[in-house]
Design a protein around this ligand. Structure first.
Ligand SMILES: Cc1ncc(C[n+]2csc(CCOP(=O)(O)OP(=O)(O)O)c2C)c(N)n1
Ligand SMILES: [Mg+2]
Length: 323
């Protein structure tokens, strides 16, 4: 176990907040008022928390279909995210995008989109612009192991390497693309080695240990920022719930018996809570206080969404083409 770091309480708070927001969404999803597919990152919260702790507001982040954690960790508005998922005008895309199209320009969250690997070249474009305009701005893109089956990922890594761009590729390897395990899709081809073949600086770590993520992400972000060396981080983690939707799906049998249970024992939040108790002297009251803050904020976000009107039908043809 690494020594606790100063930022641990903040990262704990970030992870707890993501978990409780998604639990609240999952609880209400069966009401059928959120009319969009929803991919939850429950179990994977440490990746976003450990990476974002090193990012400045002006750094830019791109994400994929499983975006809630990435968006919240970068400082995206919770009110606007919940309203977006409910299809309300107060949503971050005016209610047109749903869970998979999150954006908060002020927070530097330039966007998520569900086309697998679709935002990877956008991140590299942003990194290129940053270098050309001397902006001292790092681009981070989160994507899943499924991206290794997309040609554009390889072309983009090649380009980032060729141009030596300030970008960090963060691969959340949760072992599956929908129902198919990585071992069946990439037999004998470790994804770290594929990234290395594109001449990226590579590293891998425990995506369920926020301290490990933070140490590795800190080095990667610094190298990208200061030396224009594109970085690749593979973080091993696990999705607890079904690929899409709020329920468990272990009964489907595509995961080996006991695998989910094993990963649940490695809960990133519980592991951090243990460190905070043992090495920071946190009491139950310290944990309860955080729970209360988070619960209050979540309640307010659902209320904001409830009060936000649906988009006006007269605006339906707007935002379809660039002005
Ligand atoms: C180009 C493209 N192909 C297929 C899909 C359907 N699809 C949505 S998510 C997904 C799996 C992605 O797996 P991974 O990248 O590992 O992310 P995870 O869901 O595990 O977080 C697929 C195949 C898609 N959205 N885009
Ligand atoms: Mg995956």
């Amino acid at each position: 176990m690494t020594q606790p770091m100063q930022s641990l309480p903040e990262m704990y708070h970030t992870m707890l907040r993501i978990r409780r927001v998604e639990e609240a969404l999952a609880e209400r999803y069966p009401d059928q008022e959120m009319r969009c597919p929803m991919h939850l990152c429950t179990g994977q919260e440490a990746v976003a928390a450990g990476v974002s702790i090193h990012l400045r507001q002006e750094d830019v982040v791109f994400s994929n279909h499983r975006a809630h954690g990435h968006y919240l960790a970068k400082g995206g508005s919770l009110d606007a995210m919940v309203a977006e998922i409910y299809g309300k005008s107060g949503g971050c895309c005016g209610g047109r995008g749903g869970s998979m199209h999150l954006v908060d320009l002020e927070a530097g969250f330039l966007g998520s989109a569900p086309i697998v690997a679709g935002t990877v070249p956008l991140a590299v474009g942003a990194a290129w612009a940053s270098k050309l305009h001397d902006r001292d701005q790092v681009a981070v893109v989160y994507f899943g192991d499924g991206c290794f089956e997309e040609g554009v990922l390889h072309e983009t890594m090649n380009f980032a390497s060729l141009k030596q761009l300030p970008v960090v590729f963060v691969c959340e390897n949760n072992g599956y693309s929908v129902y198919t395990p990585l071992a069946e899709r990439q037999p004998d081809r470790p994804i770290l080695e594929i990234a290395r073949a594109h001449k990226l600086s590579v590293d891998e770590g425990d995506g369920n240990d926020v301290q490990d993520v933070a140490i590795r992400a800190g080095k990667a972000i610094q190298a990208a920022r200061e030396q224009f060396k594109p970085q690749f981080l593979e973080l091993h983690t696990y999705r607890w719930l079904e690929h899409v939707g709020p329920y468990e799906d272990d009964h489907l049998g595509y995961r080996p018996a006991g695998e989910l249970k094993k990963w649940r024992k490695r809960c990133p939040i519980q592991r951090t809570a243990q460190v905070l108790t043992e090495e920071y002297g946190w009491s139950q009251a310290d944990f309860d206080k955080r729970e209360k803050w988070v619960a209050k904020e979540i309640e307010a976000a659902f209320q904001f969404s409830k009060e936000s009107p649906p988009p006006d039908s007269i605006t339906a043809s707007q935002f379809v083409y660039a002005e």
